[in-house]
Design a protein around this ligand. Structure first.
Ligand SMILES: [Zn+2]
Ligand SMILES: [Zn+2]
Length: 441
């Protein structure tokens, strides 16, 4: 099979159908839905994928859909992923008024890239020439937000995990997948940079703490109370004192908000609640920081004579990028960008549940450009549709050709050389170990 000829056919289709993709991206942008609420977005994408003649499953993890390309074909299976969810950004001028939801993380771009790759592979006929299968998965709930809403879903038995890819892994959706690929847009602050194929991220643990003290009259008898707000304040100070013990290379982040600061100001607060996110770029540092945060919470509680109930939830694992995949993606991006327009390696310090996937199988989380303003901010905007949508569609489609052409030798090499961080069984055990409730006193 002539790979370059296949890539030319793909590029012709992508150029001819560019408006289809841009319209889809705009349609999703104008209908932002947050995690596990992406009903309309799922329908839009499932209808479009089904329109290509691909068998498409719907509501794969409460929301989300999955289309099967080359179903039943022998050879490796690659999944191209797109995240469905928006986030809340009520200060953004384009947000949906009623909900504050807004695609300020650009997930409308990556779902469109996912669809565009499917569309181009089908319309060019290249899909039939590949020696392997390609699935297209629109996955829910990458942003870990609206935890109260997700808890209601969990309590009702509709989901098990707050992150969509975690939910899908646990449900076995990746059991028959060998390689996963997706792109995510990024506002590069280095001038002239358009793409970063080889990227890793922080992972995180989510912690809900309830400081429990004793109520008393704040004016008449404060000595009879145990002040839960003071416990929280001391715990936060202790967390700050830990910061000099975090290695720069581990990119540890600890941040918290008080979600309940007391009941009435004239009583000593007996119950104070705090959310804490602990991040690091490797598991050892993440567990180390988690222990230090727990010591800090205990210190606050013990000093005041109260106690703290802690509820830990698995957040997301650090992204461990596959070098072979990133290199193939980079080589194909050289059709469009100069070497110096791409970062050779990038460590970012936010998180994604693509980290969980990348711990189990070879994964690509390529960062692409075409946007300005910060992610998750009121300034976020798409400034260049070529960089945002069309070049990533081409690079992803070209990379699939290289992976799966001629007996899928490249895909088999990627699979053979990959070393997982953990097995699926170890991953599920990790989730069980992390997810627990305990008392610090
Ligand atoms: Zn995102
Ligand atoms: Zn985001």
């Amino acid at each position: 099979m002539n790979r370059e000829a296949c890539k030319r056919r793909l590029e012709e289709v992508i150029d001819a159908r560019r408006q289809v993709y841009l319209d889809l991206g705009e349609k999703i942008y104008k209908n932002p839905e947050t995690g596990y609420r992406e009903k309309e977005t799922t329908k839009t994408l499932a209808d479009a994928l089904e329109g290509l003649g691909l068998r498409t499953e719907r509501e794969i993890a409460y929301t989300g859909c999955r289309a099967h390309g080359n179903e039943g074909k022998k050879g490796p299976k690659v999944a191209v992923l797109g995240e469905l969810d928006a986030l809340l950004c009520p200060s953004h001028p384009d947000c949906r008024r009623e909900t504050g939801a807004m695609h300020a993380c650009g997930h409308n771009i990556q779902t469109t890239v996912m669809y565009g790759v499917a569309d181009a592979l089908v319309h060019s006929g290249v899909l039939d020439d590949l020696d392997g299968a390609v699935d297209f998965m629109a996955v829910p709930a990458e942003e870990v937000i609206e935890l109260d809403y997700r808890k209601t879903l969990k309590d009702a038995g509709k989901i098990r995990y707050y992150s969509g890819k975690t939910e899908l892994i646990a449900k076995g959706a990746f059991d028959d997948v060998d390689i996963c690929m997706m792109v995510h847009n990024f506002p590069f602050d280095q001038p002239g940079i358009k793409m970063a194929p080889y990227t890793s991220s922080n992972g995180f643990v989510e912690k809900h703490t309830i400081f429990m003290g004793k109520q008393s009259h704040a004016g008449q008898a404060p000595w009879d109370g145990i002040n839960a707000l003071n416990m929280a304040s001391l715990a936060i100070s202790a967390m700050h004192y830990q910061r000099e013990t975090f290695k720069d290379s581990d990119t540890v982040r600890v941040h918290q908000i008080i979600t309940k600061g007391g009941d009435v100001v004239n009583s000593v607060p007996a119950r104070v609640e705090m959310e804490t996110t602990i991040r690091a770029n490797n598991m050892a540092a993440l567990m180390d920081a988690n222990r230090k945060v727990n010591r800090s919470i205990r210190a606050g509680a013990v000093a005041l004579g109260g106690k703290a109930q802690v509820i830990d939830s698995p957040g997301q694992l650090p992204i461990v990028p596959d070098r072979n995949l990133a290199e193939l993606f980079r080589e194909n991006a050289l059709h469009f960008y100069k070497e110096e327009e791409m970062l050779p390696r990038m460590q970012w310090t936010a998180s994604s549940d693509m980290g969980d996937v990348s711990s189990l199988m070879p994964a690509l989380h390529g960062l692409t450009g075409g946007i300005a303003g910060g992610l998750h901010t009121a300034d976020y905007r798409i400034v260049d549709v070529e960089d945002a949508y069309l070049i990533p569609i081409k690079v992803m489609a070209f990379t699939l050709v290289d992976l799966l052409a001629d007996g899928a030798g490249q895909a088999k090499k990627v699979i053979r050389e990959f070393k997982p961080v953990m097995t699926k069984e170890e991953y599920l055990q990790y989730l069980r170990d992390i997810e627990k409730t305990y008392i610090l006193e």
